[in-house]
Design a protein. Structure first.
Length: 163
C-alpha cells in the first residue's frame, strides 16, 4: 500500500515544491520510491497552473534536485487519500487543520521542521518569495535538515503497515 505525503505552503511555488523535490530524492535514495507518493499544494490558488518560482528551480538544480512542478491548491477532499500533510509554517498548519472535517484528518497535518531536532522552538520555514536568493538557500537548508527525520518517520509508518 502506498504512503502518501503532501507538502503545503501558501502559493505552491517556493517552499512546498522545494520540500517535495528534496523529499522525493530522499525517498528514492532510501529505495522507497515505489512505496511513497509525494506531491505538494498551496493553501491558496493564486499560482495554480504556474511552474515553481525560477529561484526555487535554480537553487534545486544547483544542489542536484530536479523539479517538474505545476502549482495547485490543496483541496479538503484530499485528506481521505493522504497519510501525512506537511505544513511549511504555523499559518499553513492552522489553515489546513481548519479544512480538516474530522479529528483524524486534522492529526495528519504536521509542521515540517518538527522533524528536525535541531530546529528548536522556531518551526516555521520562512517564505523566501519577497526576498533575495539567500532566502531560497536558507529554505533548502531547513528542508534538507527536516527531511532526514521525516524519512525516518515515514519509514516507521511503512514498517508498521507491513507488521
Amino acid at each position: 500500500m502506498t504512503y502518501r505525503v503532501c507538502f503545503v505552503c501558501t502559493g505552491n511555488i517556493c517552499r512546498s515544491p522545494m520540500a517535495e523535490s528534496v523529499f522525493r530524492a530522499r525517498v528514492e535514495e532510501a529505495g522507497l520510491a515505489g512505496l511513497v507518493e509525494i506531491d505538494s499544494a498551496g493553501t491558496g490558488g493564486w499560482h495554480e497552473g504556474d511552474a515553481a518560482d525560477p529561484r526555487t528551480v535554480s537553487v534545486l538544480d544547483e544542489h542536484g534536485y530536479g523539479t517538474e512542478h505545476v502549482a495547485r491548491q490543496f483541496q479538503p477532499s484530499w485528506f481521505a487519500r493522504l497519510d501525512l500533510v506537511i505544513a511549511l509554517d504555523t499559518g499553513h498548519l492552522k489553515a489546513l487543520r481548519r479544512l480538516a472535517s474530522t479529528e483524524e484528518d486534522a492529526l495528519k497535518v504536521r509542521l515540517l521542521r518538527a522533524y528536525d531536532p535541531a530546529a528548536g522552538d522556531d518551526l516555521d520555514v520562512p517564505d523566501p518569495y519577497y526576498g533575495g536568493r539567500d532566502g531560497f538557500e536558507e529554505c533548502l537548508e531547513m528542508v534538507e535538515a527536516a527531511s532526514t527525520g521525516l524519512l525516518a518517520a515515514v519509514r516507521e509508518q511503512l514498517e508498521g503497515r507491513a507488521a
